[in-house]
Design a binder for this molecule. Structure first.
Ligand code: PLP
Length: 407
């Protein structure tokens, strides 16, 4: 790794490239909207008034900084590295997603666009978007696949209670990819009045950069907090990877610290067999999906493959382009956890630390469970606890308790 020069601040380039990944593959009709958005974001980033408003709301409305919690009992149980949890689960609405939703609604306000649309998988991004739309008095439409609406019924109700309209998507696999397609279709039609709050470090430029920047605070805080606690940097960072926003938010401020290993955990579903998982770095390939060139799951003809995960938030065929880049140069590593391993880790954290994690997060925890015992007691792991498991109670109860709960 010593031969690689890493300059995270220089990425992406002006056209949104992270090495050969990223870019902006967009229809002609959205060109102007993307240019406007990029310009508005660059201005906002440099504007102290924008940064001050964002910082104030992150503190008082969202609940930052989040604690870095030493998981003492789990550490003892695993008998190796000291495990710290970055508690994004304690944020308003229950996951990291609100960092980005808040940043983007402030941009929409600057752009003078009174209508908000978003896609959602597990519903956490939909809830975060519906929340900030309510807070700023914007109209809000959320697109969600009908399969996801069933497995995340609680979040559907939350969005509706917050005043958003939830539109079920019946195309294709009826999950996240189709919801993104519908949101893009809406945007093309209503681009003058509407801002699309994309929910992960995905899609065409400037989204991967912007979403990363809004989540970077996770790593900035974690870096300061671990230095206070341990007086040195962590040995390992772990986060689950759907599109990759919570992972990139944690990893980014540590990329230049060569001694810090970073592992992203993808959804291994029923195992690495075609159509049974969503682990893009296990048998995926280079391709273009929904505006960006990245690592994705496609067959020999380039057709996007079906995906499966117990967690709706990781169930997507492409990974964010910045992850693809750092994977290629060997700075970040990727592994996967199966549904069963994630459920196992879900139960462990609940019963050993009294923290019910999101099923997405449980994938990161499953890897910690494997790796911590192989590390020394003087070593440390920071794992991003990206969200809480309230939304997953019905599903987890079915799998772990054999009980059917209806919301
Ligand atoms: C949406 C979600 C994820 C996956 O999205 P990323 O963009 O990869 O972070 C992970 N954890 C939780 C709790 C989520 O809601």
């Amino acid at each position: 790794m010593s031969t690689i020069t890493i300059n995270p601040a220089a990425l992406p380039d002006a056209r949104g490239h992270f090495g050969t990944f990223g870019g902006a593959f967009i229809p002609e009709t959205l060109m102007t909207a993307f240019e406007e958005l990029t310009a508005a974001y660059e201005q906002a980033k440099a504007d102290p008034a924008f940064q001050a408003e964002l910082a104030g709301l992150l503190k008082d409305y969202v609940g930052r900084p989040t604690p870095l919690y030493f998981a003492e009992r789990w550490t003892e149980r695993l008998g190796g590295a000291r495990i710290y949890l970055k508690r994004e689960d304690l944020l308003h609405t229950g996951a990291h997603k609100i960092n980005n939703a808040l940043g983007q609604i402030l941009l929409a306000k600057r752009l003078g666009k009174p209508r908000i649309i978003a896609e959602t998988g597990a519903g956490q991004h939909g809830v975060a978007t519906a929340t900030v739309a309510a807070r700023f008095g914007f109209d809000c439409v959320i697109y969600m696949g009908e399969v996801d609406m069933q497995r995340q019924a609680l979040n559907v109700a939350r969005m509706r209670l917050l005043g958003a309209e939830v539109r079920g998507v019946t195309a294709g696999q009826r999950t996240l990819k189709e919801a993104v397609n519908e949101a893009l279709r809406d945007w093309v039609t209503n681009v003058r009045t509407t801002h699309y709050i994309l929910g992960s470090a995905l899609g065409a430029h400037p989204f991967p950069m912007m979403v990363r920047d809004f989540h970077r605070i996770i790593g900035v805080e974690a870096r300061r907090q671990i230095l206070e606690r341990e007086e040195r940097l962590p040995d390992l960072l772990v986060a689950c990877v759907g599109g990759g926003s919570n992972a990139m938010g944690l990893f980014h401020p540590f990329l230049e610290d060569a001694g810090v290993r970073m592992v992203g955990v993808e959804a291994g579903g029923h195992g690495i067999k075609r159509g049974e998982h969503a682990a893009r770095f296990q048998g995926g390939k280079l391709g273009v999906l929904q505006g960006t060139k990245t690592w994705l799951l496609a067959d020999a003809d380039g057709q996007i493959e079906l995906t499966h995960s117990v967690s709706a938030g990781l169930d997507y065929a492409a990974v964010g382009p910045e992850h693809a880049y750092y994977h290629e140069i060997g700075r970040t590593e990727y592994t996967y956890a199966t549904d069963d391993e994630a459920l196992d880790a879900f139960r462990d954290l609940s019963q050993i630390e009294g923290i019910i994690p999101a099923l997405e997060t449980a994938h990161a925890l499953a890897y910690v469970k494997k790796v911590a015992p192989t590390m020394g007691r003087d070593q440390t792991i920071v794992v991003n606890l990206s969200g809480r498991g309230d939304k997953d109670v019905a599903q987890a109860a079915r799998f772990l308790l054999g009980e059917e709960i209806k919301f």
